[in-house]
Design a protein around this ligand. Structure first.
Ligand code: ADP
Ligand code: ZN
Ligand code: ZN
Length: 757
């Protein structure tokens, strides 16, 4: 590593610095080094188009094609080295695979503070360890504090100041002679939050858990994806903890645990902190302040943090000693980034694990069809393009806690028992019963606001968003109509804008309205609502969850936010409202998502020693999805869906990419997309002989929400059973787009492996 100017000059005659910048151009830029101590991986400040930008150094060269008079000089270099070669390799892969400018890929992966023109400031702390094995010779008989300090150092290997001050308040003074005489040494690292006190709860693993742990630990020195398929409450988290305990026992080893939305599951973080309290742990997610984010990121990058728990972006965090990756709830769609580079964190994690030659564990009660397919391979499918199973499957079939049983699931046919104020008589009765017994109920409705539609019965007028082709949702409490797609708000009209009728009616159910009905039906009950509107404040959810645990809530109403991970011992009833639209949605992934959501939310019932019950209100109780759900048979459901996808040639049977475009004027979008699909088709025809498969190129179509935020939208889908063939086509297609005359007049984005159009 170069440290001084003279070192650098001696080592290399390079005077050209090649950097990547956060600009939407898919290239790197050369600058002159005016004699600064610059290394590959450094952050530098350079002039660019009249501004100053932070760049990352990719190479040091002795010459460049840029003419000397145009070559500008690097202005400044910071002494932090944010990237290692492994991380840059991963980012390079992603830029190529998602066809996104490399510079933007690299810089977007950094905490904001490292993209700003200032040095990175982080807090440090000291770690102490024994340097000689026989400090006892040095300790006098009555020096009990010292003896305890040494015992603690011996037990933990390395101790932070926080750990030592737990041993004794006077540890600093006591340990000084040991430091002076070289019995103890210390090193400075990026500070991490102290762990929680160690938990002594260490359940004995059941056979399935033990087998899973044994299988994975028996094969940790190479790349291997594992699908840990376990029903809710089957003890997957316990399996993760055991894996970490063993893998992290190796000095310096690090592990990355990814979760969909960490702030929704505060329990999970404290469980890891207390069960793995000997290892420094940091989190990375969007609820951290920028300085916390930098601190935690640097702790991971420097190796000081042994465990990182993070959301999708954490997949890019440099971790020099990464030995294991875990993705919990791997099916969750929040792993897919929906703007900027549209990566899927699960897919990136697999690539990273492969590059690092380490195992990656994907956990879920309802695996994504992609992962299910990769675990099943062509077993019994009899399809031409089936792959061989590349994931190894581990199954946990029952709930782990001794008393907990899977809940019983029933459908209530709303055609025979029409709901009143959203509730069928059966569900109402079931809630009453819980109230009498002092147990808790949860009502799941995946729509926030008061009602999804405001309707005029005289002329059939419906309230629309002014900017989107979507309905405006009625939010009665805030007295607005709000669009859930663009956020636009408009006042609630006092009369029908179309015919003047003053009698406008809310139609349908959403969380606020269900809350209101519950308060009217059960005035004595303590009702709480959980959705994005009620828990905007950082600690609101945590407070509400503790109220639920403390038995201060009788009826909980919530969206999918409540479906994830929570463990409510006294919750014995889950009611599900208004899901029928997802049963027959034009989106072929809707039923996969619905099944996962219902399994998740059903999984909240009966986690303690009382049995749980799930009541689903639907007009289609005969639907195959419910049959599988009642038996909690995900495998049967997934196999059916997979057959269907095979027959229709949808993912995961094939790979897709979607070229999306939008502009204020649809004719531009249509022109651009028509040209695009023609050019793509021409390429496929020309290259028929060299392409390993001939990708299909569809005509431009409009998405379900054709206008979003005043922009008219369209897309073209490209599809192939062969990933390489699709990639080859995309490479050419994106180059073509970048030179198309319309590309500056519209907004376009390529979404590889798109989940939504
Ligand atoms: P999952 O992650 O699959 O939802 P958890 O690991 O959270 O499951 O386990 C569910 C509950 O069962 C937790 O309260 C956990 O402490 C408990 N548990 C897990 N494994 C065991 C076990 N082997 N014996 C007893 N209880 C267990
Ligand atoms: Zn009207
Ligand atoms: Zn809108």
């Amino acid at each position: 590593m170069c440290s001084t100017v003279t070192d650098l000059q001696a080592a290399t005659p390079a005077s050209i610095v090649r950097v990547v910048l956060d600009v939407p151009l898919d290239r790197q830029f050369d600058y002159l080094n005016p004699g600064l101590p610059i290394c590959v991986g450094n952050r530098v400040v350079v002039p660019f188009a009249g501004r100053q930008l932070v760049g990352i150094v990719m190479a040091l060269l002795s010459e460049t094609d840029v003419p000397a008079h145009k070559l500008k000089a690097v202005l400044q270099v910071f002494d932090d080295l944010p990237f290692d070669a492994a991380t840059l390799k991963l980012l390079r892969f992603c830029a190529d695979y998602y066809h996104y400018p490399f510079g933007q890929t690299v810089l977007a992966s950094l905490p904001l503070r490292l993209r700003q023109i200032k040095p990175a400031v982080t807090r440090k702390m000291w770690l102490y360890q024994l340097a000689k094995t026989t400090p006892e010779d040095f300790i006098g008989k009555r020096q009990q504090v010292l003896a305890r300090l040494v015992a603690s150092l011996r037990q933990h290997g390395e101790c932070s100041e926080a750990m030592l001050s737990e041993v004794s308040a006077t540890w600093r003074k006591a340990i000084q002679p040991l430091l002076d005489d070289g019995y103890v040494s210390r090193r400075e690292v990026i500070a991490t939050r102290p762990s929680l006190p160690a938990s002594d709860l260490e359940p004995t693993l059941n056979d399935e858990q033990a087998q899973a742990v044994k299988a994975i630990l028996g094969d940790v020195d190479r790349f291997q994806p594992w699908l840990l398929f376990g029903v809710t409450g089957s003890g997957k988290t316990e399996v993760y903890i055991r894996l970490l305990q063993t893998v992290l026992a190796e000095p310096r080893a690090q592990a990355l645990i990814m979760v969909p939305e960490i702030n929704l599951t505060p329990q999970l973080e404290s469980r890891f902190r207390s069960r793995l309290s000997q290892f420094s742990l940091v989190t990375l997610h969007s609820h951290l302040s920028e300085s916390e984010r930098l601190q935690n990121w640097q702790a991971a990058q420097s190796g000081a943090a042994r465990i990182v728990i993070g959301t999708r972006l954490s997949v890019f965090t440099p971790m020099p000693h990464l030995k294991l990756m875990i993705l919990d709830e791997e099916h969750d769609t929040s792993y897919k980034q929906q703007d900027g580079m549209r990566y899927h964190a699960r897919d990136v994690a697999l690539v990273r694990a492969k590059q690092c030659r380490i195992p990656v564990v994907l956990g879920s009660a309802t695996p994504s069809l992609e992962s299910w397919y990769n675990a099943m391979g062509d077993q019994g499918q009899g399809v031409p393009n089936a792959r061989k199973a590349s994931y190894r499957l581990l199954t946990l079939t029952k709930r782990a806690a001794a008393q907990a049983k899977l809940p019983r699931i029933f459908c209530i046919d709303t055609t025979h028992s029409p709901p009143e104020a959203g509730l069928t008589p059966q569900l109402k009765q079931a809630i009453e019963l819980r109230l009498q017994r002092g147990e808790q109920s949860l009502l799941f409705i995946n729509r926030r606001g008061y009602a999804p539609v405001l309707h005029c019965s005289a002329c059939q007028w419906l309230a629309d968003c002014r900017r989107c082709s979507a309905k405006a949702v009625l939010h009665l409490r805030q007295r607005v109509l709000r669009c859930h797609h663009c956020g636009d708000e408009q006042p609630i009209p006092v009369q029908c804008p179309s015919c003047g009728n003053p009698d406008l009616r809310p139609v349908g159910q959403a969380t606020q309205r269900v809350e209101e009905s519950m308060q009217q039906l059960f005035p004595q009950a303590r009702v709480a609502r959980v959705d994005r509107d009620t828990i905007q404040a950082k600690d609101a959810l945590t407070e509400l969850l503790s109220a639920v645990h403390a038995g201060q809530i009788d009826i909980l109403i919530g969206t999918q936010m409540l479906a994830k991970g929570h463990d409510f011992a006294n919750l014995t009833l889950v009611g599900v409202l208004d899901i029928d639209s997802a049963l027959y949605s034009p989106d072929y992934r809707a039923s996969e998502r619905l099944f996962a959501q219902l399994m998740q939310v059903a999984g909240r019932a009966g986690r303690g020693d009382k049995p749980g019950e799930v009541l689903i209100q639907t007009a289609f109780p005969q639907h195959a999805l419910f049959a599988a759900l009642r038996e909690q048979n995900y495998a049967a459901f997934a196999d059916d869906l997979l057959q269907e996808r095979m027959a229709m040639q949808f993912p995961p049977a094939t790979y897709i990419a979607v070229m999306k475009a939008e502009a204020a004027d649809y004719s531009l979008v249509n022109q651009f997309l028509t040209d695009f699909s023609q050019a793509a088709r021409d390429y496929v025809t020309e290259q028929a002989a060299t392409l390993p498969d001939q990708p299909l190129v569809y005509d431009p179509v409009r998405p379900g929400i054709a206008r979003l935020n005043r922009m008219e939208r369209g897309y073209v889908m490209l599809q192939s059973a062969h990933r390489g063939a699709l990639q080859q086509l995309l490479q050419v297609a994106v180059d073509w787009v970048r030179t198309h005359p319309l590309q500056a007049k519209i907004r376009w984005v390529l979404d590889v492996d798109a989940l939504e159009y």
